[in-house]
Design a binder for this molecule. Structure first.
Ligand SMILES: Cc1cc2nc3c(=O)[nH]c(=O)nc-3n(C[C@H](O)[C@H](O)[C@H](O)COP(=O)(O)O)c2cc1C
Length: 184
């Protein structure tokens, strides 16, 4: 199997997850390319059995360059399979209703965007992985002022968010990778 792991990452969180996915793929095959999205021509996907495509989360969705990349995959690559992954600053949905609501509001569009892009191209969608990624200092200011003004809630959120992606996230990404490869 020949596998592509490609990602759009502005501050490094998604790149770290991509590297973990690449490591897990290497256990199964040496035929793996890990590269930023800007280095990958969508036409070259015909040469791969499966692609893991990663994005930073923007406006609750995958980022515009990733959408554009997916839209440029030729429609006749029906043998290709695709898995999506994202890092987002919002909470994971597990835990309580607030986390679930925050996740839906701020990252809720990501899985369906991957799914829709695959359906548009007749590509098999394998699955989706996400984890938190530390927000940049500028984003921290925005989140604190506009999204989580409550001091207690902010402290609880940011102490956790700053640590991501954690080693546990990387291990979850490797587990996800193995299950996606098993579907190939
Ligand atoms: C312009 C901009 C918009 C963002 N919008 C969201 C958002 O809607 N939801 C979210 O959870 N995170 C949002 N983020 C945070 C990033 O998705 C998050 O920090 C991610 O881990 C960054 O990944 P990267 O380091 O690979 O670029 C946004 C970041 C930027 C710069």
């Amino acid at each position: 199997m020949k596998i592509l792991v490609t990602y759009f990452s502005e501050t490094g969180n998604t790149r770290k997850v991509a590297e973990s996915i690449g490591e897990a793929v290497k256990v199964s095959t040496d035929d793996v390319v890990v590269a930023p999205l800007s280095d990958v021509d969508p036409d070259s996907l015909a040469g791969f059995d499966a692609a893991f495509v990663g994005s930073t989360c923007h406006s609750a969705d995958i980022a515009a360059p990733v959408k554009e990349f997916l839209s440029r995959i030729p429609a006749n690559y029906s043998a290709l399979k695709l898995a999506g992954f994202v890092t987002h600053s919002t909470t994971m949905p597990e835990g309580d209703d607030w986390k679930k609501e925050m996740h839906e509001r701020w990252a809720g569009k990501c899985p369906s965007s991957f799914e829709r892009a695959c359906a548009d191209k007749g590509i098999k969608f394998l699955g989706y992985f996400s984890c938190q990624g530390a927000p940049s200092p500028e984003l921290e200011t925005f989140i604190r002022e506009s999204i989580i003004p409550d001091e207690k809630q902010w402290k609880a959120y940011i102490e956790v968010a700053r640590q991501h992606p954690t080693e546990e996230d990387m291990e979850a990404a490797r587990t996800f990778t193995r299950s996606m490869l098993a579907k190939c």
